[in-house]
Ligand binder design. Structure first.
Ligand code: CA
Length: 233
């Protein structure tokens, strides 16, 4: 499950070591030396995960983590803190900022890769290759296949990603902006109504088996995948 990982680390040797190992594990790594540069990256494109060093020049990693969590747009980005501090109290402080995990230096690259995988599986299930099955609808990321009541459903790449995103977060409402961030990644040049276009195509593909009702519009809020019957909002 390749992910776009933003690595915020000011020590070049450690940055290099981590980047080499993550690239080898199949991830795409964007490297920055401080939180200010990380903020600029995040403003344009949301990474799938952020690896954040605690001690940084300028804005600290803890402060940056706090800002990420306070902003609705970035609050859900999986976050792993890297630190030289091993104290229990610091660990608690790190997790209180909203980090999903906490790794103390020095760590083995293998451990880091395993922790990333665990956090992605928990926080961003659509980044994994695990098949998802709900209400007779089955999506298999490995084979890129979707079936509805055992009948093959042909979807375009965007509809596939959209369905994967919605199915791995059922019963939750997602605004168009959130969908753009998560499905399109860089949405600077994409209009919100593009989401509506692809939702329409997705519903049309699911209509023959009656699964289109699973993709619900929540007026004024966005979209939701729900197995709890038709939406009346
Ligand atoms: Ca540092």
């Amino acid at each position: 499950m390749p992910a776009n990982i933003l690595l915020v680390e000011d020590e070049p040797a450690i940055q290099e070591l981590i980047a080499v190992n993550l690239t080898r594990a199949g991830h795409h790594v964007i490297r920055v030396l401080d939180a200010e540069a990380a903020q600029r990256i995040v403003r344009e494109t949301l990474p799938d995960l952020i690896l954040l060093d605690w001690m940084l020049p300028g804005m600290s990693g803890v402060e940056f983590a706090r800002r990420l969590r306070q902003d609705e747009r970035t609050s859900a980005i999986p976050l792993i803190m890297l630190t030289a501090r091993g104290e229990e109290q610091d660990k608690v402080a790190g997790l209180e900022t909203g980090a999903d995990d906490y790794i103390t230096k020095p760590f083995s690259p293998r451990e880091l890769v395993a922790r990333i995988k665990a956090v992605l599986r928990r926080r961003a299930p659509e980044k994994t290759e695990d098949p998802v099955e709900l209400a007779g609808l089955r999506l298999d990321p490995a084979s890129h296949r979707v079936s509805a009541d055992h009948r093959n459903v042909v979807l375009g790449p965007t509809e596939f990603k959209l369905l994967h995103f919605l199915m791995t977060r059922p019963e939750r409402v997602h605004s168009r902006t959130q969908v753009l961030d998560q499905v399109w990644g860089d949405h600077v040049f994409v209009e919100e109504r593009t989401v509506d276009v692809h939702i329409r195509r997705l519903r049309a593909a699911l209509e023959p088996t009656g699964h289109d009702g699973l993709i619900q519009t929540v007026r004024g809020s966005g979209y939701r995948f729900s197995t709890q019957g038709e939406c009346t909002e």
